[in-house]
Design a binder for this molecule. Sequence first.
Ligand code: VGL
Ligand code: ZN
Length: 208
Amino acid sequence: MKALILVDIQNDFLPGGALPVPEGDQVAPVANGIMPCFEHVYATQDWHLANHGSFASNHHGRKPGDIIILAGLEQVLWPDHCVQNTWGADFAPVLDTSRFEQVFRKGIDPDIDSYSTFFDNAHRRSTGLAEYLHSREIGEIFIMGLATDYCVLYSVLDARELGLETRVITDGCRGIELHEGDIDRAFDRMRTAGAVLITSSEITCMPH
Ligand code: VGL
Ligand code: ZN
């Protein structure tokens, strides 16, 4: 069984949002176009509290882009983004949410960030997605969304570690590129981990 996973297609990651991903608004139309090709569609949401440890505003004298140690791990500091129950955390208005079977939220614990849709950055706590897929005998995922070099990358690496056959829909991803080359390096790491990079036009579609 296969599933489509849509990563963090939320207002704050679109142009005009708090942590805008360049061309982030280009991915929702890709998602809308391929959702009918999948029986199972899951979405994830970055879902922080205002006191989240990844927010520069919660660390005196720090600014976005700085790196600190959080829960023993290196942590890039970000502008406040995707605060629970705010507009910024909402799905992009053009994204068709009607076929979402389940939404998985992450980054809830203020003391640790969670780029991956499967586990927090220390791999301590599961979001429930791995168990959910396992219980439905879904062994193959198609994944796309925001941002290529953070949440998509770490989700794909975890998916491969979990033994999931993983296809990354590259035209459905956009990255932050804090440092030049981050997006290319992210795709390289996914490929090295055994993920297959495809474009949305390669998806065989028998509409559901
Ligand atoms: C993300 C940075 C901070 C993402 C989430 O969804 O890629 N990036 N929080
Ligand atoms: Zn976040």
